[in-house]
Design a binder for this molecule. Structure first.
Ligand code: HGY
Ligand code: MN
Ligand code: MN
Length: 416
């Protein structure tokens, strides 16, 4: 079915300029970004986003988790919104496009609707979710998780960062602790545009990933307790070396992932060693195991192996061990209708595409529990992300935003 809007496209130059204006805020050390959640840089990026949305005629509201919703009215304001967006917070060694493409691609869709005088029956809301990354405050996708009813606001407020600062206090400090209740209101649908953060689309020469599923994840925070002692004068048999325990569990996690190929990954990205002194045997090591799989049974079996085998390693080395869940979501199957809207949009626009399972977690993974949801992905160079060298082309960004624009228009219904 063709519609009058079929040949409408977003303004790729304007989108590209917006992305790189945002990239100037919270710069990294090698051309990427370090705009971590609830920092002053995050606040500055939020204020720029808010100004752009208001310049585009939208009304911005902020909820109690700091999530920002910029609303473009439809012809029937009583209807629930079609929500499009992602996150503006980044990793410490983040790229310029992870999350940002989704938020500013959504803003560009609205700017194009304004340019063309398009009216939609359903309202459109552009969203910037707070703390998608979970790097400063675990878990990841914290605000969308509260919106989906997975966490309470007070529990989220009590999350602390490495320096002991509370999420709720930091949100207040940057001036984005909004009045709106979190969640409890319907979305007609949600679409999130995101870079793939994997190698498939580029390797296959595909413009668009039609995301049908998302991997599930466990974050297990493990605390190993040994005994500080002199690295020079303490005989080997007398040592209670938490650092050695960490090394062996890191090997275990690698082995568990390799035993479940091809549909499993596992690794450790966060480690704190105490006292972290060159000539003291570590008395304590705290680290987070990150295991993922698109298959529920595989994911849970991997978690069970860590919970069974890690304590055995600790016991052999005379270490205490504590394992806590620091984050979790099950594998996701996105909404069939929304996925079809994404695929139809790519077809109509003449973009090559293929079905894709998202390797990374996204706010859409949580919102899929409370509203019809799907994702659009574009390629990224060498599949690299969570690295300042993360890179995409203007053409890929434009294709992704075009598909987001059309999926949103089809779902929000153009009014002639
Ligand atoms: O961890 C993730 O998959 C996402 O980047 N927060
Ligand atoms: Mn992201
Ligand atoms: Mn990320």
């Amino acid at each position: 079915m063709t519609t009058p809007a079929d040949n409408l496209r977003i303004n790729g130059d304007r989108l590209w300029d917006a992305i790189h204006a945002m990239a100037k805020i919270g710069p990294g050390v090698r051309g990427g970004n370090n705009r971590q959640t609830l920092t002053d840089d995050d606040a500055e990026g939020r204020r720029l986003f808010q100004r752009w949305c208001e310049d585009a005629g939208m009304t911005v509201t902020v909820d109690q988790m700091g999530t920002m919703f910029a609303r473009r009215e439809g012809t029937d304001p009583s209807l629930p919104p079609v929500v499009i967006g992602s996150h503006l917070d980044t990793q410490p060694t983040g790229g310029r496009y992870d999350g940002v493409l989704g938020v500013l691609g959504a803003l560009e869709a609205v700017r194009t609707m304004n340019d063309l005088g398009i009216k939609t029956r359903y309202p459109i809301e552009v969203v910037n979710w707070t703390n998608e990354e979970g790097t400063r405050f675990a878990p990841a996708m914290l605000a969308s998780g509260v919106f989906a009813g997975m966490h309470e606001v007070d529990w989220a407020y009590d999350r602390t960062d490495h320096d002991g600062k509370r999420f709720g206090d930091e949100l207040e400090r940057i001036g984005f602790r909004g009045p709106e209740p979190v969640g409890g209101r319907p979305f007609h649908a949600l679409f999130e545009l995101h870079i793939e953060q994997g190698p498939i689309l580029e390797a296959e020469g595909k413009d668009i990933g039609v995301v049908t599923h998302g991997q599930g994840l466990w974050w297990l925070q493990i605390t190993l307790t040994g005994k500080e002692a002199h690295t020079g004068s303490t005989p080997m048999p007398m040592r209670k070396n938490a650092g050695l325990g960490f090394a062996r569990i890191a090997e275990l996690v690698q082995q568990i992932a390799m035993d479940n190929q091809p549909a499993a990954v596992g690794g450790i990205g966060h480690v704190d060693v105490y006292p972290n002194s060159r000539n003291v045997i570590p008395g304590k090591v705290v680290f987070t195991v990150d295991i993922r799989s698109p298959d529920q049974a595989t994911l849970d079996a991997m978690k069970a192996r860590v919970e069974t085998e890690a304590p055995k390693i600790a016991e052999e080395l005379g270490l205490g061990i504590e394992i806590e869940v620091a984050g979790h979501f099950d594998p996701v199957t996105f909404n069939e209708g929304c996925v079809t809207a994404v695929r139809n949009a790519a077809d109509r626009l003449g973009y090559s595409h293929r079905n894709l399972v998202s390797g990374a977690g996204h706010d859409a993974c949580w919102i899929n529990r409370v509203a019809p949801t799907a994702m659009v992905m574009c390629p990224c160079v060498d599949g690299l992300s969570h690295n300042e060298d993360e890179d995409i082309t203007k053409e890929w960004a434009t294709a992704g935003a075009d598909v987001l624009f059309h999926a949103a228009l089809e779902t929000a219904e153009i009014v002639e």
